[in-house]
Design a protein around this ligand. Structure first.
Ligand SMILES: NC(=O)C1=CN([C@@H]2O[C@H](COP(=O)(O)OP(=O)(O)OC[C@H]3O[C@@H](n4cnc5c(N)ncnc54)[C@H](OP(=O)(O)O)[C@@H]3O)[C@@H](O)[C@H]2O)C=CC1
Ligand SMILES: O=C(O)CCC(=O)C(=O)O
Ligand SMILES: [Mg+2]
Length: 417
């Protein structure tokens, strides 16, 4: 049945119930994509660390049966030139419910569209979930990195990020510009003859489903606030819509009430009785406030492109994108992946920090309900960092550190389990 994928014998599929809860067998099959560039270095380390944590936590009762699937450059070698994202890969990610991937390269300017974005769009993985927390001992450029404890809910299916754009001078760009000028009365295209044109779709449905998840997360995790981050003063109907629809949803579905006439609202957490405040900040101001007053922010709900920028900026405050995990999720399917990319200059050198992908796997284990193994990964990451045996990104900023390789850091983590 499979074209190029070997289904491991002895494992079983994870399934999902009508209420979206998971049935996770003790021997689940989990598909993984190695990834391009440094994916070659970090993915094997992630697999080894996760296997060690699971073995240590469950003494053989539970085991992950990893199944390699293909995307990016490796897919072109396995499936043939120009097959960057095989249909089989999409089918398996959907069918097996939970998967994990390394980073995939996207060329700048021309060339293929992002495979990462295509995966999210094709599988409608509409939430990009990126928690940002501090690990003791990690070098940081800010004075109080421990005050950064935020969880980003980035809308993952819409916005300018959807890739609807037309090259300068193309027939499509010319047609669209003529339509905008002649039929829509647009007078503000400064250089109509040489403009490329991008389209930014932002919908009520897309916003509501994302904000709903962020509010529910705040309830489930007893968080004090959800902040809607947008540039709605300038892009009134798209980013401004996101803000207005977000507030409206909090009122309509969560019973939130205006604070001092609004626009901020608040509601009682039905599980704890504590207030959850829903507020908003304009994106540029937000980027300075997360440096000056990070403790004021907890759960963040934002649009796709803002979420991309905010993820890397916040990661920098707690030590960089070497330890920035993430997940792309729909109501049923979840695909875990690091926040960073393929860092091509370091590819194949066994050099970079595998922490982001390992912590993405930690999120995956927690999502599966394998909390003992997830906790063990966090504990061993903490101990490894405190031992000061770290990869280059931390070693270059830490006093008295011993620099270890990518695989070496995985081994240090395993020693500390
Ligand atoms: N989800 C995905 O698959 C993503 C894919 N990409 C793609 O990756 C490619 C490269 O993008 P680029 O802009 O260079 O961004 P990258 O995130 O790949 O790298 C930027 C810088 O971040 C640091 N870095 C990245 N990974 C690690 C790591 N594991 N450990 C420590 N530090 C790390 C390095 O900093 P320093 O130089 O200081 O050492 C690196 O030069 C592009 O094609 C892009 O489209 C980008 C983001 C996400
Ligand atoms: O798809 C890509 O190549 C980049 C995506 C990205 O930067 C992200 O999702 O954070
Ligand atoms: Mg990014």
């Amino acid at each position: 049945m499979s074209q190029h994928v070997t289904v491991p014998a002895g494992g079983q599929k994870i399934t999902v119930n009508a209420d979206f809860s998971l049935n996770v067998p003790d021997q689940p099959i989990i598909p993984y994509i190695e990834g391009d560039g440094t994916g070659l270095d970090i993915t094997p380390v992630m697999l080894k660390v996760v296997d060690a944590a699971v073995a240590k936590s469950y003494g053989g009762k539970r085991r992950i049966h990893w199944m390699e699937i293909f995307a990016g450059e490796k897919a072109t070698k396995v499936y043939g030139a120009d097959v960057w994202l095989p249909d089989e890969t999409l089918d398996i990610v959907k069918d097996y419910i939970i998967s994990i991937k390394g980073p995939l390269t996207t060329p700048v300017g021309g060339g293929i569209r992002s495979l990462n974005v295509t995966l999210r769009q094709q599988l409608d993985l509409y939430v990009c979930l990126r928690p940002v927390r501090y690990f003791k001992g990690v070098p940081s450029p800010v004075k109080s990195p421990e005050k950064v404890d935020m969880v980003i809910f980035r809308e993952n299916s819409e916005d300018i990020y959807a890739g609807i754009e037309y090259e300068a001078g193309s027939d499509q760009a010319r047609k669209l510009i003529a339509f905008l000028k002649d039929e829509m009365g647009a007078t503000k295209i400064r250089f109509p003859g040489t403009s490329a044109i991008g389209v930014k779709p932002v919908s009520i449905e897309g916003t509501e489903r994302l904000v709903r998840k962020a509010l529910q997360y705040a309830i489930d995790n007893d968080r004090p606030s959800v902040t809607l981050v947008h540039k709605g003063n300038i892009m009134k109907f798209t980013e401004g819509g996101f803000r207005d629809w977000g507030y409206a949803l909090a009122q309509k579905e969560f019973g939130a009430q205006l604070i001092d006439g609004g626009p901020w609202v608040k509601f009682k957490n039905p599980k704890t009785g504590r207030d959850i405040t829903v507020k908003d900040v304009i994106a540029d101001a937000f980027l300075q406030q997360i440096i000056l007053r990070p403790a004021e922010y907890s759960v963040i709900a934002t649009l796709n492109l803002n979420g991309d920028y905010i993820s890397d900026a916040l990661a920098a405050q707690v030590g960089g994108i070497g330890i920035a995990p993430g997940a792309n999720m729909s109501d049923t399917v979840a695909m875990f992946e690091a926040t960073h990319g393929t860092a091509p200059k370091y590819a194949g050198k066994d050099y970079v920090n595998p922490g982001s992908e390992i912590l993405s796997a930690e999120m995956m284990l927690r999502h599966m309900g394998w909390t003992e193994a997830a906790d063990l990964i966090i504990a061993s990451m903490e101990r490894a960092i405190l031992s000061k045996k770290v990869t280059y990104d931390f070693a270059r900023l830490m006093d008295g550190a011993t620099q270890v390789s990518c695989s070496g850091f995985g081994d240090v983590m395993i020693e500390h389990m």
